[in-house]
Each structure stands twice: as C-alpha cells, then as structure tokens.
Design a protein around this ligand. Structure first.
Ligand SMILES: [Zn+2]
Length: 442
C-alpha cells in the first residue's frame, strides 16, 4: 500500500536535517518511497492513499533505548512503612517486591499499556529490560506478543540476577535470543542483566558466554548508585566498569545503563571498547542517585543514548529533562543545548542500528517508514538553523496526532487504531489492585 502524508512540514533529521515546508512523505509498504514537495509527490504518486498533515510537522518516530514496561502497575501504589531513604531501599521496598508479584496477565498488560503510551507519544522503537521472578519462563514471549499487537519495534531481554535464585533468568534470555535469531527488524533480543551488585562472577561468565555465541550484546544497569560502585570495589577490588570489562560485557552491542558513579579510567574503558551508555535523567532525579557525567562521556567519544527507565514513553520530555539537568548541574547555561537533542536524535539512532540492523531516525527514501506526526504551527520562523530551539521549547509540548511504524498507521487523529485502551486500562486497574495485595504480603 502507498500513502502520501501530505501538506506538512517535514523535518528529515539524520546527518543533514532538512526542513521542508508544504512537503509530503510517501510510504510504500514498510519503507519511505519518497520525500519532497507536495505537488510533485501528488504528480508522482497520484493513486496513493492520502493523509492530510496540514498544520503538522512530520518527524521520524522516536527511539527509547532503556525502558521497563513491567513498572506500569507501580503507579499510585501505596508502600507501607517509612519512605525509602536511599536507592537500595527503593529496590527492596518497591521494585524487588513488585517484580515478584507479577502474574502472567500482569506482564502482558504491563507491556500493552506503555506500548499504547509509546504510540501516543510517537515512540516507535523501544529497548526494554524486563523482570518477573515468579514467572520468568515465557515472559519475553508475552511481551513480544504485546509488541507485535501494538505494531512498534522492540528489543527485549530479561534482567538476570542472583538475588532470588542463582542466575535467575539466564535460560529465559538464552531461549528468547535463539528464538529471535538475527531478528526481523521489529523484534530483537539482548542478554539482560540486573546490575553488578546482584551478579556473581560465575553468572556474569555464563551470560557473556551465551551472548557472545549468539552475537548479541549485554544490557545492564551500571553504577546507577554509589552502592553498585562500592560493592564492586569491596568484593572484587575493581570499579564497576573494570569488573564488567574483565568479564567481557563491554563491546559495541552492549548497553551500559546510567553510569552515574564512574571515574575517568572507566570512561576510557567505555570509549576504548565502543560500549554504548544510556542516560536516564528523569529516573536519576527521581531516585536521587546523582548526575551522570554526560559532558565528559561525550567528550571522550562515548556513544550516549537516552532512555526513560520506565518513567514514561515521551522521549521529548526525557530530552528536555537532560537539557535542564546538565545546565543546572554544570552551573553553565552554555551547555546541553546541542548535547541533549544529540542523545535522542543521533545517538539513539546509532544504538538502534546496532540492535535492529536498520536505519531509523531519518526520513529518507528507502528507510523504514516510522513517523511521528505532531500538531505544530510554529509561532516564529522555523528552519534547519533553529530547529533545536523549536524542538526544546515548542515540540516538546506539542501533541502527536498520527504515529506510523513499518508503514502502518498505529494512531490517526489521536485515535489508537487497533487496541482497545478503555478495556485494557479497566482490566489493568482490576489486576493492579490484586497485585498490590499480593505485594503487601511479601
Ligand atoms: Zn533501568
């Protein structure tokens, strides 16, 4: 099927972002067939279906390189006792109880609802990190089912940890990695690991062996809090990244999430091994763990992407948070204007290419047809030269009207096409109440 998304402003993004007024993106099947002037596209593709994008801007779909779908049912949950005073208490009182309380249906719904949120926010590609210790086997199949139903792209993994049973989750990752194989451009697989401080040397070696045999990377939280760094130094006499590098977790397919409490020698390891980092500014602020040395990492040439860590699926919000956080943290209003958008627009694109083997993040002939079409009538002149200003101060608050992934319209006129949000949220409220009760008994 051929469709003309016409009469909009197109921001192609990519290396040479072009801003085209009165422009049309033509999709054919799963790919972009052409981009250009609306009249010319009408002449070249007269028989195409049409979607009018007047008053809107057409962007490539957004990418989130670290998410936790399973966190959905934490929203509004009451946690008895004193409030958690540090990161480890947050894990012990909230997340390590919540993940153990998830049933099969909870896992499915916990994925379906943030996937709807992704579509609402024009996020068409997600790298997820899942945990459900009471229902490990087959959990990634449930999430895959939800992703295929929703129609976006996702890389999935299970976060292996020794905290419940030794090497819990290794077999689920191994099974799913084998099942996905090289992937089909929509679903990819990684070796997921929780964090250094919940993993023995033997478990690390087991995970790396499987990942290397399959040619996939490791997706792991790294030095998110001082507790992870201190544990590694005390038990192994190595900084966190030194320990992970020694066991072979570094490499260009791997994702090291957070990297807040790292020193310069660890940054050099990341740069030298071409290991990608994912920054999650909202989550770091929420957990009060500290500030990732983002500017130093970028200066060292480390590829740093942007994730939400389960805080949401609106990537423009995460981008603005990165922008504000690093201005404040550096006490310098000259920084982060280029860097925060770079994480989302360029770096997440590169990370997605490493995981999915396709070129996302740029509207160009032959690229996958993943689009976020937003209501936007710029109040000031808009061009390539000042696009970032519009992105950080205008588009961040604009509404996504239409979302397209693999050439398929997933939302149009703000209406999700194939998923019954009302029914799913109603069921999720019922299940969440039951899950909260189980959690209180742990
Ligand atoms: Zn995370």
């Amino acid at each position: 099927m051929t469709t003309r998304f016409e009469n909009g402003i197109v921001a192609t993004l990519g290396e040479n972002n072009r801003l085209l007024w009165n422009a049309t993106v033509v999709t054919k099947g799963e790919l972009v067939a052409a981009v250009g002037d609306s009249l010319e596209m009408k002449r070249r593709f007269p028989d195409a279906e049409t979607v009018d994008c007047a008053g809107q801007i057409i962007l490539p779909g957004f990418i989130c390189t670290h998410h936790h779908f399973y966190s959905t049912m934490a929203r509004g949950m009451f946690i008895p006792g004193e409030p958690a005073a540090n990161f480890v208490q947050i894990l012990e009182r909230l997340w390590w109880k919540l993940d153990r309380s998830l049933s099969e249906e909870d896992i499915l719904l916990s994925a379906q609802l943030p996937l709807i949120d992704c579509i609402r926010n024009g996020t068409t590609t997600v790298i997820d990190h899942h945990a459900s210790p009471s229902k490990r086997d087959g959990s990634l199949d449930l999430i895959e089912k939800a992703v295929r139903q929703a129609g976006i792209r996702a890389s999935l993994c299970y976060e292996v940890s020794d905290r419940n049973i030794p090497a819990g989750g290794v077999t689920e990752n191994e099974r799913f990695i084998k099942k996905v194989g090289k992937g089909d451009g929509q679903i990819a697989a990684m070796m997921g690991l929780h964090a250094s401080f919940t993993l023995s040397d033997a478990t690390l070696d087991m995970c790396v062996g499987i990942a290397k045999d399959a040619g996939v990377g490791c997706h792991i939280h790294v030095a998110e809090d001082t507790s992870d760094r201190d544990d590694s130094l005390a038990k192994y006499h190595l900084h966190t990244i030194g320990r992970l590098d020694k066991h072979g977790l570094t490499g260009e397919k791997s994702l090291f999430i957070h990297c807040v409490h790292i020193d310069e020698s660890e940054m050099d390891i990341l740069a030298g091994t071409n290991t990608a980092v994912v920054h999650n500014p909202e989550s770091n602020m929420n957990n009060a763990v500290g500030v990732t040395p983002l500017l130093q990492l970028l200066k060292k040439g480390v590829l740093v992407g942007l994730g939400s860590d389960g805080m949401g699926s609106d990537m423009l919000v995460q981008m603005r948070c990165a922008y504000l956080l690093h201005r404040l943290a550096n006490h310098d209003p000259r920084v982060a204007f280029q860097e925060a958008p770079q994480l989302l627009l360029q770096n997440n694109t590169q990370i997605a290419k490493r995981q999915f083997g396709v070129t996302l993040g740029e509207i160009a002939e032959g690229n996958p047809a993943d689009l976020a079409i937003m209501d936007y009538q710029p109040p000031t002149p808009l061009s390539e030269a000042n696009f970032l200003g519009h992105l950080l101060f205008g588009l961040v608050d604009a509404t996504v009207d239409t979302t397209v992934c693999k050439g398929k319209i997933l939302m149009k006129g703000k209406k999700i096409q194939d998923l019954d949000e009302e029914r799913l949220t109603a069921r999720s409220r019922e299940l969440a109440e039951q899950m909260w009760k189980r959690l209180q008994e742990l």
